[in-house]
Design a protein around this ligand. Sequence first.
Ligand SMILES: Cc1ncc(COP(=O)(O)O)c(C=O)c1O
Length: 345
Amino acid sequence: MAVNSGTSGLHLVMQALNIGPGDEVITTPFSFVASANCILMVGAKPVFVDIDPVSLNMDPAKLEAAITPRTKAIIAVETFGNPMHMDTYAAIAAKNEIPMVEDCCEALGTVYKGRPAGHFGRVGVFGFYPNKQITTGEGGMIVTDDERLAEVCRSLRNQGRPLNAPTPLETKEGNTGGTPVGSWLKHERLGYNFRLPEINAALGVAQMRRLDEIIEKRQAVARMYIDRLGGNPHLVMPTVSPETLMSWFVFVVRLAPSYTADERDRVIRGLRRQDIGTADYFPCIHLQSFYQHHFGFRPGMFPIAETVSQRTLALPFFNDLTSREIDSVAQALEVMIGQENLTRT
Ligand SMILES: Cc1ncc(COP(=O)(O)O)c(C=O)c1O
């Protein structure tokens, strides 16, 4: 089901699963904020589980420990597109008879243990914002083989219209051979306008045809970065398990644990001064001001996510980056790290 953003897709899925006030939904604190906002949008309570420092996804043991009788779903995010543990989360969800929602917004085209992202949860949600592997401008896609869930999502994204609602053109008399006039304005449930416009869909179709080529280019760029920076003792490279074919959403490295968040921020500012677009990615969700204010989350609650988040550097990453450009990013990064070390002692 195409929708007008990944956020809309996650919101619809929460609603279609009948999640609401009094329910708990488990997810990661180390993701884009929409992974948890969708829980708030239906009035449920987000329960965060700290991450493992290798995959940067939820720690499976901590996930299992966080399940309570109120848990109504697990939102498993492939953070930075890394699918590690998805099969384990799915097994935990099945054992506890809880639906797993796969937030695969960052993982289009990734394959783990022979299964593509989007195939692990009872339902998966992709996103097509311009920073993603492919884009529709804005847009998203819900995938499931649960027919009933699909039906409710289709209706909810389309103002709560019944599934067989005709388009406005079809309702014009004489156009359809009998569709009753006015049925376009029949609404069975409280719905939204989360439809993906045709123009954006056309862009997505053209982009999907190029997906293999795009992924190959991204894999080549990631490989060049790893070859160039992999031996640097001040940096932690992204970890990809041997069972993973990554489609590479972003290229995020971390400064070694001895570096502080201030040092990382100075490195970012230094790179930006040289027109090298670099960012901290992501701040923890539980530390966003409204999460702290409304739910009492505080620094220190999810220490691994916080430590990782304080040291991330999202380096420039796009399909056509050249080895020369990567070399100049790497050189500038090495200089900035060297400067931090000079001022340390
Ligand atoms: C993990 C994750 N979930 C959800 C979203 C939301 O998608 P969108 O920006 O299309 O609403 C994004 C990306 O933007 C994301 O990275």
